[in-house]
Design a protein around this ligand. Structure first.
Ligand code: MG
Length: 338
């Protein structure tokens, strides 16, 4: 793989972790009630043994991305049942947590993981049944926040990237809007990684153009039909003002905020700093931005003070490093993992 591609793959993964850890101290805070420092800060939103979480502590977004990456590494491909089992291990045993316990979990995710835990405990001899709700009211950003490992692993096979992106979402979020938001983000991450344009500006003009489809997917019927996701795909959000941008946990809002910040700034850092004061579900909005912006600008564009400030860097390096390495062996010709 070329140096550029490796940098963009790593950028998408570490961008997710950096955005998550930067936003975590401000999660749930109303806009206008705080001024971010622009550095990793400790978080008193969550505490562990009575103390605030240390600066640079990443949350559910990164833990679940690590579960996906570890599963892809172990099986050399996406097997949803194993990914679901790893999510349950995170929820119950703190597997892939920055502090050894699960301290931050969305409602839709908690209910779906509860179903898998029940099935694994009481119906161990039966195949696992997908349990993400299809209800349109449960279209949170919980499957988009952790997405990057799937398009990163399958960047050389865009068709498989889409196939497994959909399945990845449906483990916990099966509403058409949630699934299609993930499909669009996968198209965008694969598009940025594989872009042949020389500058970040040109890559954005290419990938964020209306109804962009990456190489390898021309003529393929892409399942993006929900009006709100079509609007995201067509770039309706480009000229929005900050007051028109919501950072709620609704997946359409979170995805739109991330795209808007990427389009309207010129560096990884500038876009992140634009989002950090916006409050509400800001850690996940920043994690989604980090995945997209990291894939566009590359790993070297992420400020060193942010990368150096991440807790448990050795886990990230090991799991993400292996994922990027293995992704070079995936091709369209290869037989499917399942
Ligand atoms: Mg979080």
């Amino acid at each position: 793989m070329s140096v550029n591609i490796v940098s963009r793959l790593r950028g998408s993964l570490y961008g997710l972790a950096v955005g998550d850890a930067l936003g975590a101290p401000y999660e749930f805070k109303p806009r206008g009630t705080y001024v971010p420092t622009g550095n990793m800060e400790e978080s008193s939103i969550f505490t562990f043994k009575g103390k605030p979480l240390k600066a640079g502590t990443w949350t559910d977004d990164t833990s679940m991305a690590l579960c996906l990456a570890a599963s892809l590494n172990e099986h050399r491909g996406f097997i949803w049942e194993d990914a679901a089992k790893k999510f349950v291990r995170w929820n119950i045993d703190g597997y892939m947590s920055a502090i050894g316990v699960c301290f931050d979990i969305g409602n839709t995710t908690r209910v779906a993981l509860g179903s898998y835990n029940y099935q694994l405990t009481h119906k161990a001899n039966k195949p696992l049944v997908l349990s993400g709700p299809k209800d349109a009211h449960q279209s949170g950003n919980g499957s988009l926040m952790r997405l990057a490992p799937v398009p990163v692993f399958y960047h050389q096979s865009p068709k498989k990237a889409l196939q497994y992106t959909s399945l990845q979402s449906r483990i916990t979020h099966a509403s058409p809007v949630a699934v299609q938001s993930c499909l669009l983000a996968s198209l965008q991450i694969v598009g940025f990684v594989n872009s042949e344009k020389d500058t970040a500006k040109a890559r954005k003009e290419e990938v964020l153009a209306s109804r962009f489809v990456p190489k390898g997917l021309e003529g393929v019927d892409i399942e993006i039909s929900e009006r709100e996701i079509v609007n995201l795909w067509e770039g309706e959000w480009k000229s929005n003002t900050v007051d028109e941008i919501s950072t709620s946990g609704f997946v359409v809002h979170s995805h739109e905020a991330a795209l808007w910040a990427l389009w309207n700034t010129e560096t990884f850092e500038e876009g992140m700093l634009l989002l950090l004061p916006l409050g509400s579900d800001v850690d996940t909005v920043c994690a989604i931005y980090g995945q997209l912006a990291g894939a566009c600008y590359g790993y070297e564009s992420i400020p060193k003070r942010w990368l150096d400030g991440l807790q448990k860097r050795e886990i990230l390096d090991q799991v993400f490093g292996t994922l990027v390495e293995l992704s070079s062996q995936v091709s369209d010709a290869e037989t499917t993992a399942a």
